[in-house]
Design a protein around this ligand. Structure first.
Ligand code: PEP
Length: 254
């Protein structure tokens, strides 16, 4: 049985007191506090230690970074290493978000290095893959995500690959209000799992958590999470207020 996971990606939103208040509202909600969903919150770097500290005794909650630098340490002014993230109390790190790929020119090769430093510091990489609209319209979406996994993850030994969470995020659905249909989401998640099966075998592929991200909200989460290969969500906009985020967390069928 794969773990159900919902991750809040706050991106570059929320000041410290506002963010901590939101964490309090979410973590104190009795309807989700002891359910079987792993709930992860990814604030900005500067608030990571405070959020991690608040969540450290909250059962079923953890903190995540939104990014990390690709080398261990050194003269990289303004950057944040995986080791620093781990020392702040986070357990997860989002790697390869499409906004990082698009605005910061992060490519598959660089992202492979980020995955390596994350794992070396016992952080769980939440590795984002997904096609843009041009690639989808050209019917290249399956090969795009396969290439992203091949070039950034397939160097890993099975034991390390098994630690990775995959987030399928079609770029055309992120922050646009356009969500993948159930058919599109399940089709892609099934493709991703069968590619992992080809490379790492059934035991690894059936245990890998594959999350959906892209305008997932309380209105559509239930049908998306009901897909057999969708194990939860990476949530942007709908994670910025407690009511919506809690509703998304409660969207798994029983
Ligand atoms: C995201 O940024 O990972 C995301 C899925 O954003 P949104 O939910 O706002 O589309």
């Amino acid at each position: 049985m794969r773990k159900k996971i919902v991750i809040a990606n706050w991106k570059m939103n929320k000041g410290l007191s506002e963010g901590l208040q939101l964490v309090d509202e979410i973590a104190s909600d009795s309807s989700i506090r002891s359910n079987d969903v792993l709930k992860v919150i990814a604030p900005s770097f500067v608030h990571l230690a405070s959020v991690a500290d608040k969540l450290k005794n909250a059962n079923g909650f953890a903190a995540s970074a939104q990014n990390c630098h690709h080398v261990k340490n050194g003269a990289y002014t303004g950057e944040v290493s995986a080791e620093m993230i781990a020392s702040a109390g986070a357990k997860y790190v989002i790697i390869g978000h499409s906004e990082r790929r698009q605005y910061f020119n992060e490519n598959n090769e660089l992202l492979a290095q980020k995955v390596n430093v994350a794992l070396a510091n016992n952080l769980v990489p939440v590795f984002c893959i997904g096609e843009n609209l041009t690639e989808r319209n050209a019917n290249q979406h399956l090969e795009v995500v396969t290439r992203q996994m091949k070039e950034s993850l397939y160097h890993l030994l099975p034991a390390d690959f098994s630690k990775v969470i995959i987030a399928y995020e079609p770029v055309w659905a992120i922050g646009t209000g356009v969500t993948a249909t159930v058919h599109q989401a399940q089709g892609m998640h099934n493709h991703i799992r069968s590619e992992i099966n080809k490379k790492y075998g059934k035991e690894v592929s059936s245990a890998t958590s594959i999350l959906y991200g892209g305008s997932c909200n309380p209105q559509n989460a239930r049908e998306l999470f009901a897909c057999i290969d969708v194990d939860g969500g990476l949530i942007g906009g709908a994670s910025l207020n407690a009511e919506d985020f809690i509703a998304v967390i409660k969207s798994f069928g029983s």
